[in-house]
Design a protein around this ligand. Structure first.
Ligand code: SAH
Length: 397
């Protein structure tokens, strides 16, 4: 393929995507998802090689740039081994559930692999991976042997059955998965995740370090965890000494899992001593209702789902962050702690903080931030779009 000069520059600088409109010349045959595309510069020198996908606006996802390489099992194994090496310290910290491979940020665009102890969940975001799955699985078996490898498909892919060649979301690709509820540890706490039906691949590993920080802030604090999912932040708060924890989420199955996750850690005195309650409701309505009823908390965590998935949704997302800030402050005791996170990649860290902090001033409860945090070691940032997570910790008068 030949591509526009701006795209040549971007690829040289390491950008992992080539968009459809940057293509100047390509073979007449349309090609299939997963074909290897070789991109040349204006002097007809090799620029990069990547996975071609005619069904996606991201026409090529770059695997290798600069020097040519043979894309085979050995090459995939080298990428996977490098990704595994970056996470080598985690198991020693009591963490057997983490992101093993973070897509473009670990050199394999559109492919995520999450490790749940002995079970690996491989999630693909482009059809281009399908013809390479057998090779990737063989490479994976070389690098980390697993009891089972489960396939998850992004929502976009599930809509394109013609190209799936019989593969389906939740299929076991290798080994044996006796139970969809898989147990693993995170910083010594035990969790269970449903790797077949759970959101993403079953658990939100990206918040691990922010959850650990919450544990250090929770002693003697009545805690409210908004958008609690399966109780990650809730359990950390309890383990850190919160006497009462309320988990609020729209999803009743997620909250049922949160209750089970507490049960799994009852052997810890702090968890056994904590009262955990769940509330299945819309966060916006429930926060207003809690405020009305005069319920107050010393620590409030707000970790909403991605509110802007495309550029046109950014303003709406910022309005929602402003509203959530008001609502959270409405149930926060004086001298309480507010934790606000955003995982919308389209909302920059600067815009997020510049929305939440003034919203608190508007509410008459200015924040005194003491930490602005982002990505954990298993979610490295390989390119601008890879930076999506931001989390604000603040004390509020
Ligand atoms: N904090 C969690 C991850 C949150 S994911 C963790 O650390 O694991 C976002 C959650 O928001 C999901 O569980 C989803 O069910 C929930 N959710 C989405 N919209 C909601 C709404 N309007 N009200 C309450 N919960 C909602």
């Amino acid at each position: 393929m030949r591509v526009r000069p701006a795209a040549q520059r971007a690829l040289r600088q390491g950008h992992p995507w080539l968009f459809e409109q940057a293509v100047i010349q390509q073979p007449d045959t349309p090609g299939n998802p997963g074909d290897l595309a070789v991109i040349f510069d204006d002097q007809r020198r090799f620029l990069a090689i990547g996975l071609y996908d005619p069904t996606s606006l991201i026409r090529v996802r770059i695997l290798q740039r600069g020097a040519p390489a043979t894309i085979n099992q050995t090459w995939f194994a080298a990428q996977l081994a490098a990704a595994a090496a970056r996470r080598a310290a985690l198991p020693g910290q009591g963490t057997t559930g983490y992101r093993l491979l973070h897509g473009e940020n670990d050199g394999l665009p559109g492919l995520v692999i999450d490790r749940y102890d002995a079970v690996l969940v491989l999630k693909i975001y482009t059809l281009a991976w399908i013809p390479h799955l057998t090779t990737v699985l063989a490479a994976l078996a070389e690098v980390i042997p697993a009891q089972a490898v489960v396939l998850r498909l992004s929502r976009d892919l599930q809509r394109q059955p013609v190209w799936l060649h019989g593969l389906a979301d939740g299929m076991t690709l290798a080994g044996d998965l006796p139970d969809a509820a898989v147990r693993f540890h995170e910083n010594g706490l035990c969790f269970e995740a449903d790797v077949l039906r759970g959101q993403k691949t079953g658990f939100f590993f990206d918040q691990r370090e922010n959850r650990a920080r919450v544990a250090t802030l929770a002693a003697d604090r009545r805690t409210l965890n908004v958008f609690a999912y399966t109780g990650g932040f809730s359990l950390y708060a309890a383990s850190g000494g919160a006497p009462e924890v309320l988990s609020l989420d729209l999803s009743a199955p997620a909250l049922a899992a949160a209750v089970r996750n507490f049960e799994l850690n009852r052997h810890l005195p702090a968890v056994a001593a904590a009262t955990h309650t769940v509330l299945a409701a819309d966060a916006f309505d429930a926060l207003a209702a809690l405020r009305e009823r005069g319920q107050r908390f010393d620590l409030v965590i707000v970790d909403p789902p991605a509110l802007a998935k495309q550029e046109s949704e950014v303003n709406g997302a910022l309005r929602a962050y402003r509203r959530l800030t008001h609502l959270a402050l409405g149930v926060l005791e004086p001298a309480g702690t507010l934790v606000m996170a955003s995982c919308s990649s389209r909302v920059s860290a600067a815009d997020f903080y510049a929305t939440v902090e003034p919203a608190a001033v508007e509410a008459g409860r200015p924040l005194q931030p003491f930490a602005h945090s982002g990505h954990a070691v298993d979610h490295p940032i390989g390119f601008a779009e890879g930076a999506y997570l931001k989390c604000l910790f603040a004390t509020v008068r």
